[in-house]
Design a protein around this ligand. Structure first.
Ligand code: DAU
Length: 337
């Protein structure tokens, strides 16, 4: 099978490229990535020389490029990871989210339609469902969409476009929605890597609000396995949720990080909350388990500790990504909090 993986130099995308090439060594993977601030060639250094892997720098908004790649590489499936993904950045400026997440998805769908590509997977998020209260059951695929951040709204809009292209034009697309991922190579704007790196640098750990917000955490490789199963077995037009039933309040995770690194709790600094901050996410993955035969394999605390240890051992990786752009963002977002 020839795959076009978009956003394959990002956190989840790079794990997926490696997963696919490891589990389907006869496949060819073309990785189209614009290398914006969070895309990093170093994430795939170990597989960059494989003859069945090709990296192309470019945007999913570039219709001519996407179409010529799909034609010349005889692409059988598109798996779309390319997106702006950080909620706080979308609060500072929503326009790149609209352009890439909605506009880029539309471009991919148009090419999938024009070339009749046999498979399309849209990698989405639980954030499209909006917040749960403490008593709500985990969300299943029938729940209404209620995105609360500009990021979540852009992902919901893209999901709806995928649905429309399936219903209207018969594009054989599936949508996957996942909970919060963690693992090596996650950009240090997200909770876990940011807290680990700040702790390693003895800098304050900025906790939003009361720190009692709940997220449902999944190890990134478990997510990749789900996406791969959705690609192989998912029914066109369907949505599949992936969550590992690991609901944790933020403070619990932050305290674990401090304890693992032997750093004092006094590094915790409560800061002004994120506006529109969703209190809780949790997904019901019964459909993925029943239809795809998927289940997460990684134990939360073991995989969390392995992730923290990865950052301890890869200082050069994170120092290289914390460039001027990162500092500018950090100051703009955390400066006034
Ligand atoms: O739920 C899936 C989503 O998870 C993905 O679609 C998004 O791309 C991803 O960014 C993530 O969204 P969250 O907003 O949940 O992740 P984040 O790591 O930004 O924040 C996790 C929780 O930690 C959230 O309650 C906000 C809190 N937080 C985060 C940061 C960065 C803090 O208290 N302080 C911080 O500095």
């Amino acid at each position: 099978m020839n795959l076009l993986v978009t956003g394959g130099c990002g956190f989840i995308g790079s794990h997926y490229v490696r997963y696919r090439l490891t589990h389907h060594p006869g496949d060819r993977v073309v990785n189209l990535d614009a290398l914006t601030y969070s895309g990093n060639l170093a994430n795939l250094e170990d597989i960059a020389d494989r003859p069945n892997y090709r990296f192309v720098r470019g945007s999913i908004c570039d219709r001519a490029l996407v179409e010529s790649l799909c034609r010349s590489e005889r692409i059988d499936a598109i798996v779309n990871f390319a997106a702006h993904t950080h909620v706080d950045r979308s609060i500072l400026d929503a326009s790149p989210f609209v352009e890439t997440n909605i506009g880029g998805t539309l471009t991919l769908l148009d090419v999938a339609r024009a070339l009749q590509i046999p498979r399309y997977v849209q990698v989405s998020t639980d954030e499209v469902y909006g917040a749960l209260t403490a008593d709500d059951p985990p969300t299943d695929e029938r729940a209404p969409l209620a995105p609360n951040s500009p990021y979540a709204a852009s992902k919901a809009a893209a999901d709806l476009m995928v649905r429309a292209y399936h219903v209207t034009y018969g594009v054989p697309a599936v949508v996957t929605r996942c909970t919060n991922n963690y693992g090596p190579c996650q950009f240090p704007e997200k909770l876990i890597p940011l807290m680990v790196i700040n702790a390693l640098n003895d800098k304050p750990l900025p906790v939003y609000g009361d720190g009692r917000y709940v997220r449902d955490w999944i190890y990134v490789v478990d997510h990749c396995e789900g996406i791969d199963l959705a690609l192989q077995k998912g029914r066109p037009g369907e949505i599949y949720n992936f969550g590992a039933s690991n609901e944790r309040v933020n403070l619990e995770i932050i305290e674990r990080i401090l304890d693992y690194l032997n750093k004092p709790r006094s590094l915790i600094q409560y800061v002004k909350d994120r506006p529109g901050h969703d209190r809780r996410y949790a997904l019901n993955s019964g459909k993925a388990r029943a239809e795809l035969g998927w289940s997460p394999r990684h134990d939360f605390y073991a995989a969390l500790e392995a992730t923290i240890q990865w950052y301890v051992e890869h200082r050069a990786w994170w120092e290289a990504v914390m460039t001027g752009e990162y500092q500018k963002y950090y100051d703009a977002w955390y400066g006034g909090r």
